[in-house]
Design a protein around this ligand. Structure first.
Ligand SMILES: *Cc1c(COP(=O)(O)O)cnc(C)c1O
Length: 733
């Protein structure tokens, strides 16, 4: 009955594209229209609306509004809306969505208008848009999600292409020994905001991608993210072998062959999908090397359509291609052997008129070296004229790392620039802080988020009010931690005593530090545990104690990461730390959002210079959380001595053990001498004036600069416009 209601309502609205007029009439149809464009996910008033319909189910359903609506009949929804007087809120939200998708903001019209009919095609293997859509694993995906949300907000003509994983990335829980367990859950397609993408004549699309061992088929889904259309390819179609039907079911699951097949589908399949959709991109943006096969397919198209030679077509496509690299370690780049390349790119190679060695050469630093595997990053660098790293420091590292591709050039002449990452402010700013900013900032601040002047107004905010707001968020976080940690204990079948202790874990009145991200070894989640006696003395200081909340997943094949998780999780059996350290299982966008909004300090301890940018700290500072970090990634260019805390002096030793020792020592020193004293230094009103001042310095100097609006505007100016005009780029160094 209920699913039927959804179907009828969807049919009625047809295959609305983001810009087509929405035509919902009943309340149910309006709610559904809201749920089917991810615009809702960065509008707290719409989120609150869905939550109010049924707060408990909302939480249980991972904040998925379509799943929630599926539990209502249209009649029941009317009744519920009547009880809660929701009619005008629903109507208002619906009108705003309609208005949003049918207009192009001024910024886009004046700065990106020339991209109009030839949009940017943004390729990424993951997109982190909302916790209810499991097609991301970590920072790279969340960055892609934030990129397209800001492109939508600014009105930059852009379509996005990725893969649909029905099982996504794994869900994490820990067993009684603290060892990570991985579980893959199957998402019901009908409960996601997707529909079949269609050709201009209304046909659903099935693509075929030839390989030497037979064709791979894929269908195409459409998801609406504000004004941006996101197309997701999916191999679960008839005609594929049972194994291939599962090719796109998991993110980062499987072996090298699975990997190259996924990348073939995203890259080559992605370009073919655009053609079937009637979209002719003016610019290709490859987010990481994973999708670099797209450029090869674009070259093939160029040869076929315009009768060009391979070399000419390559130059033409390269002029229009923007390539962003994110990985500062050589081993982190995808590499494939000749056999896998020939199996999957063989048919395309024939059409390009290349020999096997010529094709392999495109993925090699030394084209003639038969022992060198095919590297996707090398391919991306060779097939693009606009290449960038994701922070200033990462730019240096990347130019050095790939210097041998341009052996006759000096480092400064290597054609790789940088555009520092940023975060989508409306997605990460808490509702409570938002209300505060609304009161003190210029009325149009939301549309001017990337402008520094706007953020100066933070100094007008009443310090007591800022502190109170932060405190409310911290209380909310603690309630969340207690709920999650006690649920974890129950799930493991632990004693009532432990469950009860978990219900009261941590202390809302003391300095609280957060650490949440993937547990890759170089991120050194356990740096702060280097000296447990010292940590114990600091954490349990009678007047100035502090506590830490950890969360994060290790890659399923990464035992080192899992051991770090285990070490942290098992501290709950150590009476010195049981009430001072909490580990929240199953880190995702939701857990991240709670943490970066509610802690006092966000801790980041990567081994320099391995964190290309990092973005979680940028989310934290928006909410008045102070950043305590190694001078790596974005922090190396953001820290000015008054807007947060630095660990170390921006140097590292050749010997990792020595670097780790020095950084640990510096971390303890900074905590002891800077962070803890500043936090506990209170005035007669009980306010930490110095701390609040630093919160203001941090917000005013960093929020606009490390926003995705600023980032996307930089891509438009320094990459998209030059690429669309066929110019080579002058990317910032
Ligand atoms: C922002 C985010 C990240 C990135 O965190 P870093 O500290 O930059 O590595 C990872 N995972 C999730 C779920 C995020 O939201």
């Amino acid at each position: 009955m209920k699913a039927e209601a959804i179907l009828t309502a969807v049919k009625k609205n047809g295959n609305a594209t983001a810009s087509a007029s929405l035509q919902a009439e009943t309340l149910y149809e309006k709610c559904l229209a809201l749920a089917r464009n991810l615009w809702w996910s960065w509008h707290p008033e719409v989120i609150n609306l869905f939550r109010d319909l049924d707060p408990i189910r909302w939480r249980q359903l991972d904040h998925n509004p379509i799943a929630l609506l599926a539990e209502f009949t249209p009649q029941r929804l009317e009744e519920r809306a009547g009880e809660l007087v929701l009619h005008s809120r629903i109507n208002h939200a619906y009108r705003r969505l309609k208005e949003y998708v049918s207009t192009t903001p001024l910024w886009g019209r004046t700065h990106a208008g020339v991209l109009g009919s030839k949009p940017v095609a943004y390729f990424s293997l993951e997109f982190g848009i909302h916790e209810s859509i499991p097609i991301y694993s970590g920072g790279l995906g969340v960055l892609a999600g934030d990129h397209i949300k800001s492109a939508s907000g600014l009105g930059v003509p852009l379509v996005a292409i990725g893969l649909f994983y029905d099982q996504g990335y794994f869900r994490q829980h820990l067993d009684v020994n603290g060892w990570q367990q991985e579980e893959y859950l199957h998402t019901k397609v009908e409960l996601l905001p997707m529909e079949s993408a269609r050709t201009p004549s209304g046909e659903p699309i099935t693509l075929e991608i030839p390989t030497r061992t037979g064709p791979l088929k894929a269908k195409v889904w459409l998801m609406q993210v504000g004004r941006v259309l996101l197309y997701l390819l999916d191999c679960d179609v008839e005609g594929n072998s049972p194994q291939d039907r599962e090719l796109t079911s998991r993110l980062y699951g499987g072996d090298q062959r699975t990997r190259i097949r996924q990348e073939l589908v995203a890259g080559v399949g992605g370009v073919r999908a655009l053609r079937a959709l009637g979209i002719k991109p003016g610019v290709y943006h490859l987010n990481e090397g994973h999708c670099a096969f797209a450029a090869l397919e674009a070259i093939r198209e160029e040869m076929k359509e315009n009768g060009r030679s391979f070399e000419d077509a390559l130059q033409e496509v390269a002029r229009r291609t923007v390539f962003t690299t994110h990985t500062p370690v050589p081993a982190g780049h995808d590499r494939f052997d000749g056999g896998l390349i020939e199996e999957h790119l063989g048919p395309l190679r024939d059409e390009l008129g290349l020999s096997f060695e010529q094709l392999m050469g495109l993925g090699r630093v030394e084209p003639q070296n038969p022992y060198e595997p095919f590297c996707m990053t090398v391919l991306g660098l060779k097939l693009s004229r606009h290449a960038n790293a994701v922070s200033s420091l990462h730019g240096h590292v990347t130019r050095q790392m790939w210097a041998h591709l341009w052996p006759w050039r000096m480092e400064e002449e290597i054609p790789i620039g940088h555009i520092t990452n940023g975060v989508h402010i409306p997605s990460w700013l808490s509702w409570q802080m938002r209300l505060l900013y609304d009161r003190y900032f210029p009325v149009d601040w939301v549309s001017r988020m990337g402008e520094p002047e706007v953020w100066q107004a933070i100094y007008n905010v009443d310090p007591g009010e800022l502190w109170e707001t932060h405190h409310a968020l911290k209380t909310q976080l603690l309630a969340f931690v207690r709920r999650r940690v006690s649920r974890q204990c129950r799930r493991r079948g632990e004693s009532d005593e432990l469950v009860e202790a978990a219900r009261n874990i941590l202390d809302p009145n003391i300095l609280t530090i957060g650490f949440g991200r993937r547990f890759a070894g170089y991120k050194r989640a356990d740096l702060i545990l280097s000296d447990l006696d010292r940590l114990h003395a600091l954490m349990n200081h009678p007047e100035r104690p502090f506590q830490i909340i950890f969360s994060g997943k290790a890659h399923p094949a990464d035992d080192e990461g899992k051991r770090i998780i285990q070490k942290i999780a098992n501290l709950r059996h150590d009476p010195r730390f049981a009430n001072r350290i909490a580990f929240i299982e199953d880190y995702d966008i939701n857990v991240c959002r709670h943490m970066i909004q509610g802690v006092d300090v966000w801790l980041n301890t990567p081994r320099r210079p391995l964190e290309a940018s990092g973005t979680s700290g940028q989310k934290a500072i928006l909410n008045g959380v102070l950043h305590l970090s190694v001078l790596d990634g974005w922090w190396a260019e953001a820290y000015d001595g008054s807007n947060g805390f630095a660990i170390g002096h921006g140097a590292s030793h050749v010997d990792d053990r020595i670097t780790d020792q020095r950084d640990a020592e510096s971390l303890y020193q900074v905590l002891e001498k800077e962070v803890i004293p500043l936090y506990y230094e209170r005035d007669v009103d009980g306010l930490p004036r110095g701390w609040i001042r630093m919160m203001m310095n941090s917000i005013s100097s960093l929020a606009w600069r490390f926003s995705a609006h600023r980032m996307v505007a930089d891509y438009v100016r320094h990459a998209y416009l030059p690429a669309a005009g066929g110019l080579s780029c002058e990317m910032p160094r």
